[in-house]
Structures are given as structure tokens and as C-alpha cells.
Design a protein around this ligand. Structure first.
Ligand code: MSP
Length: 562
């Protein structure tokens, strides 16, 4: 039976243009989605924007625009970027939409009726940049004269020269005191610890999981889920003076998109309930849910989110002392994995407008190429680690791997095959040696793709291309073609073409447009359409005939280092 697979990106704040940090999460999710889809899964992929936030209200005011007009322009800008990159999302979620409001209000009411949401008063600090409540340990002191920052401690006091700021936004959080509703996260302490124990792969990479477990081990606290002073957002169904605070709203986007999944019927948009396909699993439906996130939002996804879902879906079992315990069928309602990306700097520096090193993904990809950006983002450092986007290295890396190793090899195969002037195309037997090499390569490739280790898949592919280039050098078909008997040349070229075809099939998930060009160069028809119809495995096994008729443009251009 086809397995249902659901991958998501974070929904990005609708208070500014898309930058390359967002692109990073999206390209990871898009590549994973493509691979899962072409290899036969019933896959879906969602992205969207997180609109109900104070930040957006502030930005709209600054721009002198009515809030909804501002958000519409942001949504259009986000989809423009994702469409430019041909991101293959199945749904784009806006949290101001009616379908989302309905979902969130249902969830809130249910959790409230159950007694997991209660009224209280919040007094403390709130960072608008992070849209989260802050404690001293989350903040730093900054000396206003030297700009040095150091941990907050009781020994130092805020003064004319010392300020307490958020380390990520470098702004002083607001001091607030207001009536709030709280979510009883403390009810879920035992449940979540047992859930983690039973699911050792819930957070990837391991070291991030260890941080999450250590945080939970220090004891959970209830958290505020509403704001009294915010006017823009989803009203609490049980108290219309309050709107829900971003995370209770934002996280449920993943569920909204399943329970009111967007579908098209003769040009009419309608919504269908796919929650039993992609969210609620069962013995028969071992669906897989993967959230791709950045390390800054890991606690929300790995701690708050499972607890909120446990509350909404009534998960767990309460013992006679009133403690809630995890049970294995709870997994049917929870995500399988939180794939947590690290942060990257650009040329060794934090990305910032003042330094002027913020990369606009569209502009950058137009100057170089989409493939250059994707290749470097996904292969310079593994998902999970922090890394650096070294702009010079990105170009050198692209030239070496794509233009030289890959592009040149393709060119050689095309040019030499055309020289042979074969009437019935280039064909041969995929003998055991060809097969065993491709099987080994494809198995390693698929294993790392299934573990979401995209860097390993790419590294492995470029290693394989190195081997192919060495094979070409040893066989030197540009020499043997001068012989009267062309048998050896045909064999060599067929072997190379077949291996390049296998590379193309595997790189399709990363570079669908370029690999479609490659298939056309090799005279392979309908490949992209067949891949999109889940036929990766069948295509891998086929014995093709290469009808190479045109030299065409090189597959990849080379770029100058500036
Ligand atoms: N709206 C929330 C997410 C809600 S999901 C239910 C949010 N939005 S965000 O726009 O601020 O960020 C979205 C993602 O972009 C984060 O996961 C963040 O890690 C990622 N990145 C932003 N800048 C980044 C880098 N410089 N490097 C890598 N990723 C970064 O958080």
C-alpha cells in the first residue's frame, strides 16, 4: 500500500520579504518532498505565512497600509519567490484565512473544555521580534558604551549604561502585565518524557534532541497562550477580549491544511478533509509527518506542539494518582520527526541589513543559477549543524562539481555519440558490472535520502561522478573512436550514458528543471512526467536506448569568482 507522507516548512512571518534563511528550510522540505513523491509515496508538502503577529501590525503601520492589504502583498511576495524556484508545495497556508480560524477556535475550545486552558495573569517580559515571553536566562546584558554582551546575573543591574536585550533581536523586551490564558503544560511532563523515551528519533539531529530533553528535564512550566493587548489575531472562543498568541495559532497550521485541505474542482477552490489520510494514523495507515524547522523554533515544535496535540486529541492515559502517561497509539496523532536545521552565516558574518550581506534568493539565483544556490545550501554543511555560506566557495564548488565533473561528462557523451552517427540510437546491455555499480550507488543514495541526509546523497553522487570521469579517462573513447571497429567505443559510451542517466534520476529531486534538460539531451522521453507519476524505481531498472541528436547548450554555465 502507498504510504502517506507529509512534509512541512515553518510558516514564515508575514512581516518582510523572503530571505535565504527561509529559502533554506523550504529547499530542504521541497527536495525531501520531491524524492518521496517520485519514489512512490502519496506525498504532500505545505508552506505558508504566519500572519497574526504584532510584528506584521507594526510593519503595516510603518508602510501606511491597512493590515490586510499589507498581508495580501506579503503573501503574494512569498508565493512569487516559491514559484520562481518551482517549489512544488501542495498547499500554501495563511493564518488569517477562515479555514484556519475555524480550526484554531475548535482546538482552543476543546482544550479549554477539558481544563487544559485556564485564566491567569502574566507579568514579565515579551520580545516582539521572537513573539515569545522571555525569562532572564533567555536574555543578555549589553554595555551601551562598549557594545559587549554578557549573561544576565543578579550581580549587575540595568542602568544608564547597561541594558537587558534579546540576543537575537538586540532589542529590549516589553515589560508587560496583563490578564492571559495559560496552557497547562505541566500536566504533560511525564507524558512527554515517556513519549521521548519511546521515540528516540523524534528530533533530528541527536544533539538537538538532547538539548530538548535536558530542558524538559529541568521541569516544564505552563505557558501563556493569549494576549489581551493585541487586537489582531484569532479571538479566543471563550473570551472575545483576547486573541490567541502566535504559537497556539501558528503550529496548528499543519493540521488546518489537512482537515481543510485545498482542492480544485473545475476551477473552483474547495476544501476537503484529508486529516484521516495525512494526520490521524492507524494500524493500516502508518502515515509519516515530518516538520522541517530552524533551531530557533525547536522548543515550540518539540515540546509545546506534541503537548497541544495530546490535549486536543485526548492522548495518553491517566493513572490513579492523576498522572498522564504516554501510550504507543498516541503516535498516530503526533508528528514522526522534527528535522532541525542550524543557522548559517554569510562569508563568516551574521546576515544583517546593516552589513549588507543578506542574500535575496531570487536576485542571487538570477545572477548565478538556482542550482548553484540549492547545491551549496544543501551540501556545504549537514542539516542540523550551523554553517557558513561562503559566496566565493559556492561558485568554485558549482564550477567544479556541476560545470566540470557533471556537465563536461554529459557533453563528452553527447558529442562522441553524435560522431558515431548511430541510426538506431545508442543501445547496449546493462551487464552485471554496470548494474552492480548503479545498484550500489542508488542504494546508498536512497538510504541517505530516506534519512533526510541530503548532503550525504549529494556528496555520494559527486563521488560517483568522479569515478565516472576516471572511467572515461581510462577508456578514452575520444581515442578509440578513431578505430575502425567501434564496438568498444559504443560500449564505453553506453556505460557512461547509463550511469549519467542514473545520476539524473537521483538528482531530479534536487534539480528537476536541469535534470529534465539532461533527459532531453540523452534522448529520453517523458522522464519528468513519469517521475512525477512515482516511477523512479521502474525508470532505474529500465534498459534505455539513447537517441542523442543534438548537442545543444552546455547543461551548466561556469561562473567567474568576483
Ligand atoms: N513564524 C515562525 C514559525 C512558525 S511555524 C509554526 C517563524 N518564522 S520566521 O520567519 O522567523 O522563521 C522561519 C524559519 O526561518 C525559522 O525556522 C528560522 O530558523 C529560519 N531562518 C531564518 N534565518 C535563518 C538563518 N540565517 N539560517 C538558517 N535558518 C534561518 O519563526
Amino acid at each position: 500500500m502507498t504510504k502517506n507522507f507529509y512534509v512541512t516548512t515553518p510558516i514564515y512571518y508575514g512581516n518582510g520579504p523572503v530571505h535565504v534563511g527561509h529559502f533554506y528550510s523550504s529547499t530542504i522540505a521541497n527536495t525531501i518532498y520531491k524524492y518521496q513523491k517520485i519514489s512512490g509515496k502519496n506525498a504532500r508538502f505545505t508552506t505558508g505565512i504566519d500572519e497574526n503577529s504584532q510584528k506584521a501590525v507594526i510593519k503595516a503601520e510603518e508602510a501606511g497600509m491597512p493590515i490586510m492589504e499589507y498581508l495580501d502583498s506579503m503573501a503574494a511576495d512569498h508565493t512569487r519567490v516559491w514559484d520562481h524556484f518551482n517549489m512544488d508545495y501542495t498547499d500554501f497556508i495563511r493564518t488569517t484565512s477562515n479555514r484556519h480560524k475555524i480550526t484554531v477556535q475548535n482546538v482552543l475550545q476543546k482544550c479549554f473544555d477539558k481544563g487544559d486552558i485556564y485564566e491567569g495573569e502574566y507579568e514579565g517580559m515579551y520580545c516582539v521580534g521572537c513573539e515569545s515571553f522571555k525569562k532572564d536566562e533567555d536574555l543578555v546584558f549589553r554595555n551601551k558604551t562598549s557594545w559587549d554582551t554578557f549573561p544576565v546575573s543578579d550581580k549587575v543591574k540595568v542602568s544608564e549604561n547597561i541594558e537587558k536585550i534579546c540576543p537575537d533581536h538586540l532589542t529590549t523586551p516589553d515589560q508587560i502585565k496583563e490578564k492571559n490564558y495559560f496552557f497547562k503544560l505541566t500536566n504533560y511532563q511525564t507524558w512527554i518524557e515517556e513519549f521521548y523515551k519511546a521515540n528516540p528519533r523524534f528530533v533530528n539531529p541527536d544533539f538537538r534532541y538532547n538539548e530538548v530533553k535536558a530542558f524538559v528535564g529541568r521541569g516544564l512550566e505552563d505557558f501563556s497562550i493569549s494576549r489581551e493587548t493585541n487586537t489582531f489575531g484569532i479571538e479566543l472562543p471563550f473570551d472575545s477580549d483576547q486573541v490567541t498568541y502566535v504559537w497556539f495559532d501558528a503550529l496548528f497550521n499543519y493540521y488546518t491544511s489537512c482537515i481543510q485541505s485545498r482542492a480544485w474542482d473545475k476551477n473552483n477552490e474547495k476544501f476537503i478533509d484529508e486529516s484521516k489520510v495525512f494526520w490521524e494514523g492507524s494500524e493500516e495507515n502508518k502515515r509519516e509527518i515530518l516538520h522541517v524547522v530552524g533551531k530557533d523554533i525547536i522548543r515550540f515544535h518539540a515540546i509545546f506542539w506534541p503537548a497541544m496535540l495530546a490535549s486536543y486529541f485526548d492522548l495518553g492515559e491517566t493513572d490513579d494518582k492523576g498522572i498522564l502517561h504516554y501510550k504507543s497509539s498516541d503516535n498516530d496523532y503526533l508528528p514522526n520527526e522534527i528535522l532541525t536545521g542550524g543557522y548559517f552565516t554569510v562569508d563568516g558574518q551574521k546576515m544583517s541589513k546593516s552589513i549588507g550581506n543578506v542574500i535575496d534568493p531570487v536576485e542571487y539565483s538570477e545572477k548565478y543559477s538556482k542550482e548553484l544556490l540549492t547545491l551549496y545550501m544543501l551540501s556545504a554543511f549537514p542539516i542540523g549543524n550551523d554553517g557558513d555560506y561562503d559566496r566565493r566557495d559556492a561558485i568554485l564548488n558549482f564550477n567544479a562539481k556541476m560545470a566540470n565533473n557533471f556537465g563536461n561528462l554529459v557533453n563528452r557523451v553527447v558529442v562522441l555519440t553524435m560522431k558515431l552517427g548511430l541510426e538506431n540510437g545508442l543501445y547496449g546491455n546493462s551487464d552485471n558490472e554496470i548494474k552492480s555499480t548503479t545498484n550500489k550507488y542508488s542504494k546508498e543514495y536512497s538510504d541517505s535520502m530516506n534519512e533526510f541526509n541530503l548532503k550525504e546523497s549529494l556528496d555520494n553522487t559527486f563521488f560517483f561522478l568522479d569515478v565516472l570521469n576516471k572511467f572515461a579517462d581510462t577508456k578514452a573513447p575520444w581515442q578509440t573512436i578513431k578505430d575502425d571497429d567501434k564496438t568498444e567505443t559504443i560500449e564505453t559510451l553506453y556505460t557512461l550514458a547509463e550511469w549519467v542517466r542514473q545520476v539524473g534520476l537521483n538528482l531530479y529531486a534536487f534539480f528537476p528543471e536541469k535534470m529534465s534538460e539532461l533527459f532531453a539531451k540523452l534522448g529520453l522521453e517523458n522522464y519528468a512526467a513519469r517521475l512525477e507519476k512515482w516511477e523512479l524505481e521502474d525508470l532505474r531498472k529500465e534498459t534505455p536506448v539513447f537517441n542523442i541528436t543534438e548537442k545543444g547548450q552546455p547543461l551548466f554555465a561556469r561562473f567567474e569568482v568576483e
